[in-house]
Design a protein around this ligand. Sequence first.
Ligand code: SF4
Length: 413
Amino acid sequence: APASPPAQHLFSDPAEIEALRRNLLAWYDKCKRDLPWRTLAATELHADRRAYAVWVSEIMLQQTQVATVIDYYNRWMQKWPTLQALAQASLEEVNELWAGLGYYSRGKRLQEAARKVVSELGGQMPRTAADLQKLLPGVGRYTAGAIASISYGQATGVVDGNVIRVLCRLRCIGADSSSPAVIDRLWDMANALVDRSRPGDFNQALMELGATVCVPKAPLCGQCPVKQHCRAQRRKLFGKPTPVPDVEDCGVGGCPLCPPAAEPWDSSLGVTNFPRKAAKKQPRVARTATCVLERRGCHGAPEYLIVQRPSSGLLAGLWEFPSLPLAQDLQEEKQREVLADHLRAWTGWPVVATSLHLIGEVVHIFSHIHQTYVVYSLLLDGDVTLDPASSPSRWVTQKEFHASAVSTAMKKV
Ligand code: SF4
């Protein structure tokens, strides 16, 4: 393999880089979406407050759509407008506000990091991408670059899913875009391209382009402000410039950034030939029995038992109906027996397997688990004393259940 990638994958002409920056920023100034964290970052004079807003929004936006995040972000900033306020919150409050947003460890780590800034860093945010990444739990290279460039004006690039797509198309990078070799090149490219005087705006513009114009399936190339710099678009319009590989067309043989030889350019895909990813791993299949235990509360209103999950692992610290992982292909009769044993141990109540009422199944897809909940219910007509040595538990009304730190999967149940 060549030591450095062939020219077709690089930005080497300073005049072209300057033109790309200018075109992209002009488009961003005109077309950017109005988002609450952008408004705050543009109007807040205090850099640490800007950094806090950017940080919260960036953590929420990981794996989550902008439209979903806006409401969570607004509620979060209303409740904890500064990182000092967040540092004083309890994990339970954080989980309650985060409920439904998914990937719950994000909220927990955000709060841990806020505590660290207050208790160990004298309340001052680290101000460079390297320090942010080194000192704050949950802040990776991307988030650090976003905070440092948008809030502190550091000329450092960012690479997220949108940037990967745009850069791979601009420079016809068709090797596996999740491979370290490609990711390293994209970071080099993002750092070289970032506008020196408006780094935060430039980074947001590149991400905005990926989110609104250079979208995964049907990119709007006709409206693209950087189409004249786009090699994928050129290739789509004009095909291969020459059958003989030259400096403009390294072809597929041995180039670390070209598509593998077995997957050459597919003209029916056009620019969406890029980026390419290695096939995703299939999610693990899991089954869990869960039981909605119901009793009449003091005013006769139904109440339901929820228990807290362990403080680490999937859905750490969240609340759920008493649940039990099931072996695959366990017959219904056997499922009832193991669930009844589990509930007996839990409640001290003489639960018999046949009293469990099968409601149905609920499927929930976590990022890496295809989870099926087999849902039972049981109405208790006496008082139950829960073993205090077991996990924390409590009885809640339906309204309290929805206000608790419960996952979307449990709400489905
Ligand atoms: Fe993306 Fe099309 Fe613009 Fe190229 S021209 S960057 S493929 S939207």
